[in-house]
Write a protein of this length. Structure first.
Length: 101
């Protein structure tokens, strides 16, 4: 009898069954493993109801001066998240190297 009361109380306190959602730590993990961004701040952007978009301000402003945008096409699965912003490439730095002849 006590178990039923306790389990009923837990459902009321927990607010029913949990819903799947993309959390900020999942996006931070994706950026940590997939970029050199070094997330400083992370914010959610306006997006359709069936998607989630995030913008991270990076500590590595050389490669990501305007931050990184991440789009998740499935709000219940963090594996659907993709990094939309490519890193900045500085090909002209080769001009600073001494010429080899």
């Amino acid at each position: 009898m006590k178990r039923r009361a306790l389990s009923g109380l837990l459902l009321v306190v927990a607010g029913g069954p949990a819903s799947a959602e993309i959390h900020d730590y999942m996006i931070r993990r994706l950026l940590y493993l997939g970029t050199s961004c070094g997330v400083d701040t992370l914010e959610r952007l306006e997006s359709p109801d069936d998607q989630r978009r995030f913008r991270a301000v990076c500590r590595d402003v050389a490669s990501y001066p305007k931050g990184v945008v991440v789009t998740c096409t499935d709000i219940a699965d963090d594996r659907s998240c993709t990094i939309d912003t490519p890193p900045k490439a500085f090909d002209s730095l080769e001009l600073l190297q001494p010429r080899r002849e």
